[in-house]
Design a protein around this ligand. Structure first.
Ligand code: CAA
Length: 260
């Protein structure tokens, strides 16, 4: 049996997943990818979990990228398979998670590590964190969605600057560019992430799930985001959460959502 590289801790509806390979700066090897994908998948059907936080162990790194030592002697077929499998198994699943996933970036988020944070719905960075896509410095390109998700957040020009220079940006620069949602001190990182999770948890889980779907539709080939929004909006009217949310407003009380 492989070693457990993902630590899971659940507290009042918030599941914190910590990648535990500090000796390799939490680099994403196949075991980390498989275990993280499994944890995200299990969380989908666990009604006690409302929001997922993702972070890295140790003070130094969120994730320093895909495991360079694991793929150093790969050929083209293996390289393609690495990217395809990683994207399908983990990165797309995080992005499509019905429960919001917040990246708490505690240190270096490089290459596949930044791509992991980009697949999350929201990113909060510790002030000392450094982010970048250094793949071209290794003779390869981002393979876990970075060429697509980074331009969506910071625009094509800034994304190309980061990808082509392979240079890291500071947490403050990342914030200015819209790459991260907030920057806090390292000591405050997990409490800030939990606070954001709590704000989300006041709302309808069903509506949150649908809102994620509608936002993603705008980035999917062959889908019209506005049409998707109209359908998702309409479907909300048939949910128990909608009835409860509107009723609670009218009765001047807090809603008690069931997520149905
Ligand atoms: N893969 C494998 N091992 C890694 C790693 C990675 N991505 N990043 C760090 N490590 C290992 C180092 O090899 C080192 O191990 P040893 O002690 O056994 O030598 C250990 O973690 C500590 O790292 P450093 O000694 O290098 O620490 P540092 O403080 O001097 O430097 C760093 C920190 C700047 C983050 C540096 O480790 C670094 O540049 N890491 C690689 C970053 C990178 O290029 N990431 C992109 C990977 S490619 C990718 O992700 C492809 C994709 O899109 C799918």
């Amino acid at each position: 049996m492989s070693q457990t590289l993902i630590e899971a801790e659940s507290n009042e509806g918030v599941l914190t997943l910590t990648i535990c390979r500090p000796e390799a700066l939490n680099a994403l090897n196949q075991t980390v990818i498989a275990q993280l994908a499994e944890a995200i998948e299990n969380a989908q059907s666990d009604s006690n979990i409302r929001v997922i936080l993702l972070t890295g162990s140790g003070p130094k790194a969120f994730v320093a990228g895909a495991d360079i030592k694991e793929f150093a002697d790969f050929n083209a077929r293996q390289g393609k398979e690495l990217a395809r499998k990683g994207q399908e198994l983990l990165f797309n699943r995080i992005e499509r998670s019905a429960k919001p996933v917040i990246a708490a970036i505690n240190g270096f988020a490089l290459g596949g590590g930044l791509e992991l944070a980009l697949a999350c719905h929201v990113r909060i960075a510790a002030s000392g964190a450094r982010m970048g896509l250094p793949e071209v410095s290794l003779g390869v390109i981002p393979g876990y969605g970075g060429t697509q998700r980074l331009p969506q957040l910071v625009g094509k020009g800034k994304a190309l600057e980061m990808i082509l220079t392979a240079q890291m940006v500071t947490a403050d620069e990342a914030h200015q560019w819209g790459l991260v949602n907030a920057v806090v001190s390292p000591e405050e990182l997990m409490s800030a992430a939990n606070q954001m999770a709590k704000a989300m948890m006041k709302n309808s889980p069903k509506a949150i799930q649908t809102a994620i779907q509608a936002v993603l539709a705008g980035y999917e080939d062959g889908l019209n985001g506005y049409d998707a929004e109209i359908s998702c909006f309409g479907a909300s009217f048939e949910t128990e959460d909608f009835k409860e949310g509107t009723q609670a407003f009218i009765e001047k009380r807090k809603p008690e959502f069931t997520g149905k």
